[in-house]
Ligand binder design. Structure first.
Ligand SMILES: [Zn+2]
Length: 595
């Protein structure tokens, strides 16, 4: 198949417009069909990227116009034509997120899913991509960061020709253009780039690369303990630093991240801020996906159908297990200590135990409905859904501890990850690329470990009861107990920050719900004292659980009065400790936490 040619240029950064030219050497004689994905792998929501295509025209070999019509929201069909067919279209890029595309006069970023139309019937054809520098002296020093392969003649970080083996690969390598800070390191021989765009004064890049290296090496060694071979030749961490933002998206040889610039390390500061640890956890998370979801995949993602939702009951494995390992790798590689790891784990347990939705939805159901529930949360989400990330990470913990206890620490969840890797992941892009089916997972867990996990599987994956974490942690000498963090009673509602005290959500069976308060209500006064967005806790601290208070609130635009019988303090976190661990419990715990 002849290659498809794409050319993209930041045509008008001030107007946030990329121009893309796409040439098909051998278009379908019956009329070539083109389409843009409606979702981006890794973010399970239909986003209809075609809404940002502003203009589009088709041309034949002699630059003669060829008629082209839309046939649905994401699809175009050109009239039959002889010879090569070229499309020219403009894409509006003004979304500062890792999922779409962004362009201004300082930096450009795009995912292929936002800018590159697929050519129906030629998805397997090789792709050649020309990244063109915008015109004008201000863009003179712009550079390119991407894990796309440079074509011969193009220097690394330069504008020019790049290539991908097929459309699937083309859209799995996001591209950053513009000014950025660049760091480099090697992990078990594989080269890694760290790209930070957005202005970050006194960025300590050396520290960042020094801290990322052990995270990467621990993960490479987890999956390939003997060869220590990374599944790529080169990996790119690309981060957009902003005032306020957080998130990441995984790709096969790179990740796009967004974070607060305050979270990045500052030259001359030796201590790690909470924000920096969170950022390292995010890097660890997305990097783990290089194996778990970019190569080991659910069957329904192999291949992806980019025209509609792709349902999988397994996101608890792909996101939950990844969430379990992201922080565990930090403690195993020495970036955080055990008390810090336990603090993070205790926060996760507290977070999961706050929502009554966990009694209504299993992690398998949460995975399947991610498209309409987890990714589209409303005020009722805490009462209706459970997170396949946070509860999924506790499911991973439960499996890990059970396997270790049953096998007297000879096997662990690491063995499960390795078998998944060997059977489904290692040759994914070389071979036929089969994903794992829902009904194959339980048998694989047993095969990898020899442990009897049937009951736990039913309870943890398909059930809605709380996991018996205290029992599971005991053989490792670890205790766990709830901590309300004080005696201040509560309403059982979440407050949205700001000048006003607005209820973001009201929990099932809570004091607020029983009193008739609803999400969206604006609290005005408590027993006659003014309530603001920041003083509710301090007002409540003078009362005890069971006390009755009068709350005045706007319910829509109606001022109403509510009598609220206060709830006990919310359990926001759990406290874990292994201070008294001795003997085999100590040994097993060390093996779990040290890898
Ligand atoms: Zn993830």
């Amino acid at each position: 198949m002849k290659p498809i040619h794409y050319s993209i240029v930041p045509k008008n950064p001030a107007a946030h417009i990329f121009e893309v030219t796409l040439t098909v050497a051998e278009p379908d004689p019956a009329g070539q069909v083109f389409s843009l994905p409606v979702w981006i792998p890794g973010s399970y929501m239909v986003r209809e990227f075609a809404r940002n295509i502003v203009t589009l025209s088709a041309h034949g070999e002699t630059a003669r116009r060829v008629a082209i019509d839309k046939t649905d929201k994401q699809t175009w069909r050109a009239a039959p034509c002889k010879g090569a067919l070229t499309l020219v279209y403009e894409v509006y890029a003004w979304d500062l997120s890792v999922r779409t595309a962004h362009l201004d006069d300082n930096v450009g970023f795009f995912n292929g899913t936002s800018v590159f139309l697929s050519v129906a019937g030629q998805e397997a054809a090789p792709c050649q991509v020309e990244l063109r520098k915008p015109e004008g002296a201000v863009y003179k020093d712009w550079r390119v960061a991407t894990a796309l392969t440079e074509a011969r003649g193009t220097r690394r970080y330069a504008f020019g020709q790049y290539r991908a083996a097929n459309y699937d690969e083309l859209i799995d390598h996001p591209v950053t253009l513009g000014h950025f800070a660049l760091g480099q390191f090697r992990a078990h021989g594989a080269s890694h780039d760290v790209v930070i765009s957005g202005r970050v004064p006194k960025l300590d890049m050396e520290r960042l690369t020094r801290d990322l290296k052990p995270i990467c090496e621990a993960q490479i060694a987890l999956f390939e303990p003997k060869s220590k071979r990374a599944p790529f030749e080169r990996y790119v961490f690309m981060t957009m630093a902003v005032t306020d933002g957080y998130g990441g998206l995984e790709h096969r040889a790179s990740t796009a991240l967004i974070c607060n610039r305050a979270d990045l390390p500052v030259l001359g500061q030796a201590t790690a801020s909470e924000g920096y640890r969170t950022y390292l956890g995010l890097c660890s998370h997305e990097y783990f996906h290089t194996w778990n979801v970019k190569r080991i995949k659910p069957a329904s993602f192999a291949p992806y159908d980019l025209t509609r939702e792709n349902y999988s009951e397994l996101l608890w494995l792909f996101e939950g297990f990844t969430s379990y390992y992201d922080d565990l790798i930090l403690v195993r590689s020495g970036l955080i200590d055990t008390p810090e790891y336990f603090r993070l784990l205790g926060k996760t347990v507290g977070g999961v135990s706050r929502g009554a939705g966990r009694f209504k939805q299993s992690v398998a159901q949460s995975s399947f409905d991610a498209w309409i529930k987890y990714y589209r949360q409303d005020e009722n989400a805490p009462n209706a859904i459970v997170s396949y990330y946070t509860k999924g990470s506790l499911v991973a913990l439960a499996f890990d501890l059970t396997i270790r206890a049953q096998t007297r620490n000879r096997k662990s969840l690491d063995d499960v990850m390795r078998l998944l890797w060997q059977r489904y992941g290692r040759d994914f892009y070389q071979g036929k690329g089969r994903g794992i089916r829902e009904d194959e997972v339980e048998a694989l867990l047993a095969e990898a470990t020899g442990a009897d996990l049937g009951k736990l599987f039913a309870q943890a994956v398909h059930g809605t009861r709380d996991l018996p974490l205290a029992d599971l942690l005991a053989p490792f000498g670890v205790t766990i107990s709830p901590d309300a963090g004080g005696s201040t009673p509560g309403l059982g509602a979440r407050i949205r920050g700001g000048a006003e005290c607005t209820l973001a959500s009201v929990h099932d069976h809570s004091a607020a719900q029983k009193a008739g308060l609803s999400a969206g209500d604006v609290l005005i006064a408590l027993d006659g004292l003014r309530v603001t967005g920041s003083n509710l806790d301090s007002l409540l601290s003078r009362y005890r659980a069971g006390d009755r208070v009068e709350i005045h609130a706007f319910h829509r635009d109606e001022l109403r009065s509510f009598t609220v019988k206060l709830d006990p303090a919310d359990v926001t976190r759990y406290v874990l400790s292994r201070d008294d661990a001795r003997g085999s419990a100590k040994k097993w715990g060390d093996a779990w936490l040290q890898g």
